[in-house]
Structures are given as structure tokens and as C-alpha cells.
Design a protein around this ligand. Structure first.
Ligand code: ADP
Ligand code: MG
Length: 340
């Protein structure tokens, strides 16, 4: 990297590190100096590795967007206001250099960062013989309490923002296109484009996370590894069970058309597919009206998909799934092999 490293850092500073709220000292010194102004800090970090978390041929714009979005989604799930980010870049040698690459990368980062007024305040830049690797640390602020995974209680309703499964369907198409293992299916160019946009540029639900916490919601997490897998984290840590109505799950128009009555597709995409970056919330019915109002104010789809039950010995699994009011079998695997 040597000389190039400093030019690159200067580019990042001038384009992404503009002085923001609470930044006493940003990129350029040994560390950033930040002022949370009496509020409490929430911190998260996510790493993306080429060929494991993203296709090496990804457009740098989309890569930057996603690296930032997945971190902001974690802050959203806590109910925090996102403020500052740090970015670690491990860059393998590249014949064409990183000039044009960085331009596009910074444009993608900026597009999302500006929406939420987020400042890049530091990071690290190194050369590597390994795959391109990006780590982002995101810092946010809360006033009182955060939303946590272990706070679901019997009687709570289970809510999901936006829609589920688009990214997983798009990943199937992307895998098949690259000659890898995936499930191909016929779809129109418009459908494909809509799904692909959701896979490449997820929307972190920051505004709604904050609004939900302000409404008094105590339990939430973001859905990144598949709805069932993530819901099961809430259920395990909270020591409860849940009943979920398959028919209630929110699907985009595109995915609804493509999944139709095909249960295998429902299981593969909205139930166990990953990379949705929607929020799952559990809250008492008394919060239903304020939550619906908050969502409507943001023109965000919010769907009640089931409710939390006490654990019962005669329930074999933590989730009971119904379809047309009848209990249906669950998929055998809930987990998700991290998208790439
Ligand atoms: P040091 O050697 O003291 O760790 P560096 O030379 O690594 O400092 O970094 C100089 C400054 O540039 C620091 O403020 C650091 O936070 C910032 N910086 C380095 N790489 C990045 C990056 N990828 N993104 C944002 N800021 C960065
Ligand atoms: Mg130093």
C-alpha cells in the first residue's frame, strides 16, 4: 500500500469524514474523539470477506452500501440512533489499482451514510495477500433502554417490518448464473431487478427501530440469517415459544407471484433465506396501535405474524407454524449458510 495508503485515507477523509454531530476529532489523528453528549453508546461490528460474504465481481458501490447497511441494521435492532462508523479495509493487490474502485465505493457508502447523517470517523487500511476484507464498526446512541433479544414475553405479538425472502430468491438466481448450486426459476426482468436490489442494497430500518423503542418495545432483533433462525434466537434467549402464521408473513409482490402455492419456495426464501435486514419485534398487544401508527408515519409495511407462547412440554419445537389455521410441518433446517 505504502504511498497509496495515505492518498486513499485522504480521499476517505475528504469524501466521507466530514465533521458530523458529536465529532470532536475525526479521521487524521491516532484515534477519533467523540462526544455522546450524555447519552449511552451502542457498538457493533461486522466483517465481509470476498467469496464468502459477497461475490468478488460485486460493484464496489453495492459492496460499500451493504457493509454499512448490515451494521446499521444491527443498530436499528437495538433502537439506537446511528452516528459514527469506522472502516477497516484489507486490500489484495489489484492490477488496475484502487482509484476508480474507491470512487465507486465511496459513492455507495455516501448514498447510505448521508440518508442517516453518519460520519466515518476512522479505520485502518492494510494490504493483504488474502481475499478483500471489509470490517465496519458502527456506533449509535440511546437515551434509556435498548431493545434486546431476550425480552420476549408470553402474550407478545410478533411483528416483522418490510418483507421477507427477496434477497434469498435473488441469491438463488445469482448462484445459478455463476454456475454454482442454487435454484433457478423463470422470472421477468422487472421481478429479477426488484429482488436483486433487495439483495444488493438492503434498507436498514433505523428510523423504525428508534420509533419502536420510543413506543416502549423491549424486544427486537434484525433478521439477517433467515426468519426462523433469527426468531429462534429470540425464543431461546427469552425462554418462550411462538406460534407463527405462514400466510401472514409479508412477501413482496414479486416474491408472492414467484412463490405462489409452492411450499418449498416459501420455506427456502421467506422462512429460512437470509439477508433480509428487516426487524423482528415482540411486544404486548397494547403497543399494536402505536407501532402501526409509527410504521404508517414512515410508510413502512409492518405485519403481525404471530404471537409468543409460554414454553410447553408437549410442544416439540419452539415454533408452531400454521397455514390456513392448521399446524404445518417446519422445514428441517432453519439456519442459513451466509449469503454470498
Ligand atoms: P495509525 O498508524 O496511528 O493507526 P493510520 O495511518 O492507520 O494511523 O491512520 C491514519 C488516520 O486515518 C487515522 O485517523 C485512521 O483512523 C484513519 N484511517 C485509516 N484507514 C481508514 C479507513 N479505511 N477508513 C477511515 N479512516 C481510516
Ligand atoms: Mg497512531
Amino acid at each position: 500500500m505504502a504511498g497509496g495508503e495515505f492518498a486513499l485515507i485522504e480521499q476517505l477523509r475528504s469524501r466521507l469524514g466530514k465533521v458530523g454531530k458529536g465529532v470532536r476529532l475525526g479521521i487524521g489523528d491516532d484515534a477519533a474523539w467523540l462526544d455522546p453528549a450524555g447519552r449511552q453508546l451502542v457498538a457493533t461490528m461486522d466483517t465481509l470477506v470476498a467469496d464468502r460474504h459477497f461475490f468478488p465481481d460485486v460493484r464496489p458501490y453495492d459492496l460499500a452500501w451493504k457493509a454499512l447497511a448490515v451494521n446499521l441494521s444491527d443498530l436499528a435492532a437495538m433502537g439506537a440512533e446511528a452516528r459514527w462508523c469506522l472502516l477497516s479495509l484489507a486490500l489484495p493487490p489489484r492490477e488496475a489499482g484502487y482509484g476508480a474502485w474507491m470512487e465507486d465505493f465511496m459513492a455507495g457508502w455516501r448514498a447510505l451514510a448521508e440518508r442517516h447523517d453518519i460520519t466515518l470517523v476512522g479505520g485502518d487500511t492494510v494490504a493483504t495477500d488474502g481475499p478483500l476484507t471489509l470490517s465496519v464498526t458502527a456506533l449509535g446512541l440511546v437515551d434509556q433502554s435498548v431493545m434486546r433479544r431476550d425480552a420476549a414475553r408470553p402474550g407478545d405479538m410478533v411483528w416483522v417490518t418490510g418483507s421477507l425472502g427477496d434477497a434469498a430468491a435473488a441469491l438463488d438466481l445469482a448462484l445459478v448464473e455463476r454456475g454454482r448450486e442454487g435454484q433457478g426459476f423463470p422470472c421477468s426482468a422487472a421481478q429479477r431487478e426488484a429482488l436483486e436490489a433487495r439483495r444488493l442494497r438492503p434498507t436498514p430500518r433505523l428510523e423504525f427501530g428508534e420509533a419502536a423503542a420510543a413506543c416502549g418495545v423491549c424486544c427486537a432483533m434484525d433478521c439477517s440469517d433467515g426468519f426462523l433462525a433469527d426468531l429462534s434466537h429470540i425464543l431461546e434467549t427469552s425462554g418462550v415459544h411462538a406460534q407463527i402464521a405462514l400466510d401472514a408473513l409479508p412477501l413482496s409482490r414479486e416474491l408472492m407471484d414467484l412463490a405462489g402455492e409452492d411450499l418449498e419456495r416459501w420455506q427456502r426464501w421467506p422462512l429460512t433465506g437470509g439477508d433480509d435486514y428487516e426487524l423482528i419485534l415482540c411486544a404486548p398487544p397494547a403497543l399494536a396501535a402505536p407501532l402501526r401508527q409509527a410504521a404508517a408515519a414512515q410508510s413502512l409495511r409492518l405485519t403481525a405474524v404471530g404471537h409468543i407462547l409460554p414454553t410447553a412440554l408437549d410442544m416439540p419445537a419452539a415454533v408452531t407454524m400454521t397455514r390456513r389455521d392448521r399446524v404445518m410441518p417446519l422445514p428441517t433446517t432453519w439456519g442459513h449458510v451466509h449469503a454470498l
